[in-house]
Design a protein around this ligand. Structure first.
Ligand code: NAD
Length: 480
């Protein structure tokens, strides 16, 4: 069975403990590889390697840094099929999704920051006849990047690329549930000629390897994407040590549909925003609010389209819904479906584990599920499920739907469907979220600020926001 290795100081190495964790293929429900169970000592080695590499990397001319990152981007593209297949096996997502979304985006993340670093500049502030101030932006040193399992290489590279572009050295940990493409990225970095120690990839459990990265005194910043509870634990550990923190956390996003919307476009996109990646995207719109006059028509058409979705082997083209990521996660999703019924909801379609035949007979598949009849403030409408489960609810006025939309502790993204520019603008002002999509979903310009409000996180990724996070400003004031 394949044993993954840590990537420390440019080498692929065994964990010091010699211990490994089982890695499951969720579509077949079997262990197919082993992951290093890294501990504090592995992290210590990675941090030491990163520190030793820092001077060389941060002083390397920007153009040279950029060229190395462009090679990493090109190698990800060259390995598209292999990486997409690996992502699909590791996560359960349809290989078509990994081919069209996950892996191209990972290549683009490196391209975006490799080119962006050449355009990044700091500011100057002239004080009339008194002084000129200019701001230097120093890389921080060694930084930690910790990512989740839902978009493995996509989110891993979304953190690593700006950190490297800004001149930092990185100790990164992918999710122990989906480590494979991060491992393949270490091989790609070796091929691309990334100097040793600049990026170190440690595999293992969050509470062990992840916590060791967060608490290490030489790790100056933590960029974390994952659950809100984990974000809290990381903030508790890092805040008293005065580390910079970027936290991208959970969501419970509203999808608000008015009767004057472009109906076909809305329906098509709402299928995706509900069930893409089995609903396991932090940006999925899991609470669907529909204007009362459109509600019955929407319900009929939406449920019919959901019933047509193909649940199947993620390796097969034409599969819309693959496996959810793990058995515990499947059980969590099923328990929320149970709770929805206890809370008075009616299942319009779905609701059960899906049984496939043949190769995937023991895989973790959940039917795409639509629930109606729940109140906006019940647990199912307040807590993140992170699976193929949506609720639909009618509303009559803008004030009412805003109250529903903003009632949750989260504030990551939101979607508004209306042809009225005035209404869209009004709502966009008032929705408590880091992102408002009007008549679209997951349309991403990487230059824009990305992140959430309330319990969805602290800080923004994307564009120069990420470059700012990964640098420390220093103002120099020269008296004239
Ligand atoms: P998780 O919080 O369980 O784990 C995320 C990462 O943190 C993993 O690598 C894990 O090993 C590590 N970790 C766990 N405990 C740790 C600790 N004490 N110290 C340091 N690291 C630790 O999240 P998950 O289940 O992998 O991912 C799903 C969650 O991620 C959902 O809540 C989802 O909404 C969220 N998410 C948010 C965004 C966003 O951009 N806001 C994007 C994707 C996913």
């Amino acid at each position: 069975m394949q044993k993954l290795q840590n990537y420390i100081n440019g080498e692929l190495v065994e964990p010091i403990s010699g211990r490994y964790i089982d890695n499951y293929d969720p579509a077949i429900g079997e262990v197919y590889s082993l992951i290093p169970d890294s501990n504090e000592e592995d992290v210590q080695q990675a941090v030491a390697a990163a520190q030793a590499a820092f001077e060389g990397w941060s002083l390397m001319p920007a153009e040279q840094r950029s060229r190395i990152m462009l090679r990493i981007s090109a190698l990800i593209e060259d390995n598209l099929d292999r990486l997409a297949k690996a992502e699909s096996v590791d996560n359960g997502k349809p290989v078509s999704l990994a081919t069209q979304v996950d892996i191209p985006r990972a290549a683009k993340n490196f391209w975006f920051y490799a080119t962006g670093l050449g355009h990044y500049s700091s500011q100057a502030h002239a004080m009339e006849n008194a002084a000129i101030n200019y701001t230097l932006r120093h890389p921080l040193g060694v930084v930690g990047c910790i990512s989740p399992w839902n978009l493995p290489l996509y989110l891993f590279s979304w953190k690593i690329a700006p950190a490297l572009a800004a001149g930092n050295c990185v100790v990164a940990k992918p999710s122990e549930i989906t480590p494979m493409t991060a491992y393949l990225l270490s091989e790609i970095c070796q091929q691309a000629g990334l100097p040793k120690g600049v990026l170190n990839i440690i595999h293992g459990y969050g509470h062990k390897a992840g916590a060791a990265i967060v608490s290490h005194p030489q790790v100056k910043a933590i960029s974390f994407t994952g659950g809100t509870k984990t974000g809290e634990a990381i903030a508790r550990e890092a805040a008293p040590k005065f580390k910079k923190l970027s936290l991208e956390l959970g969501g419970k996003n509203p999808n608000i549909i008015f009767a004057d919307c472009n109906y076909e476009q809305m329906l098509e996109t709402t299928l995706r925003s509900s069930f893409a990646n089995q609903g396991q995207i932090c940006l999925c719109g899991s609470r669907i609010f529909v204007e009362k006059s459109l509600y019955e028509k929407f319900k009929k058409d939406f449920v019919a389209r959901v019933k047509d979705m193909c649940i199947g082997d993620p390796a097969v083209d034409g599969t819309h819904i693959g496996a959810v990521v793990s058995e515990p996660h499947m059980n969590k999703i099923l328990s929320y479906i149970e709770l929805a019924q206890q809370e008075g909801g009616t299942l319009l379609t779905g609701g059960k584990r899906h049984q496939l035949q043949g190769r995937c007979a023991n895989g973790y598949f959940v039917e795409p599920t639509v629930v109606e009849g729940l109140s906006y403030d019940c647990r199912v409408n307040q807590e993140e499920i992170f699976g193929p489960v949506v609720t639909i609810m009618p509303f009559e006025t803008e004030e009412e739907v805003l109250k529903y939309a903003n009632s949750v502790q989260y504030g990551l993204s939101s979607t508004v469907w209306t042809e009225s520019l005035n209404r869209a603008t009004r709502l966009a002002q008032q929705i408590e979220a880091g992102i408002v999509w009007v008549n679209c979903w997951l349309l991403r310009d990487l230059r824009t600020p990305f992140g959430g409000v309330k319990a969805s996180g602290v800080g923004r990724e994307g564009g120069f926001d990420a470059m700012e996070f990964f640098t420390e400003p220093k103002n120099v004031c020269i008296k004239i």
